[in-house]
Design a protein around this ligand. Sequence first.
Ligand SMILES: [Zn+2]
Length: 281
Amino acid sequence: MPELPEVEIVARRLNASLAGAVVESVLAPGMNVMKTFDPPLDALVGREVTAVLRIGKMPVVKFGDLALLIHLMSAGRLRVFDKRASAKDRASRVLVRLSDGRELRLREFGTKQRAWAKLLETDAIGEEEMVATLGPEAWPPPPLEAFAAAIDQPRHLHPLLRHQKDIAGIGRSWVDEILWEARLSPFKKGSELDAEEVERLHAALHVLGDAIEHYEETLGPELPDKMPMPLKVHRREGEPCPRCGTTIEAVFYEDYVMCYCPQEQTGGKVLKDRRLSRLLK
Ligand SMILES: [Zn+2]
């Protein structure tokens, strides 16, 4: 799933490439992709793309006083193509055809149709439920006090940091990187952190900014569907920790994996792999 750094670079590249482009027509081949019907998609015809930006993990394409708010879910991708999609392209969800022949395409891979979009009055975006309920943006980092308040909750840091209503933009990949950078256990609770640990966690948010910078430096104007993410611990179980050399361990869940350095994050303890314990029951 694209997280804050990936959506940010997509928004920046699309903003540079699309600003000023005029909409010729809009189609929504994805059956249930549009979660609004008024104004209709046709209201975009003849309008210019005025900006592309990011809110949390959601790209927003602005067309003057109307804007398309997009939720990519786990498998959605937003890209501009030089040619129009074939009618047979089953990944197409929303196609914004531009008068210069290009096409902004929301596609979704896999069998599920979960990505969605809403066409809203630009001024009303902040009131939209998915936006209004977001916690502070993880990058640029919120002030320390706001961050401390956001995470002061009796829940494990791993799900807490991924919970968009508490802090916006972090998902299953970057949470491992942030916790490793802060040398904190994914099973420590937000409300258990002392002041120094909160500061360390807050400071660790810089990995998100570093990732954006990495993308800026290494990726050209055209972005690939699969971003080469500069991850140091996530999905690197079995490899040596880049900082201390201890073997990176993982806990496997049904649909994601949590990676950490036992030496630096869990006091030397290797956490029980729930996948194995479930199998052994
Ligand atoms: Zn380590």
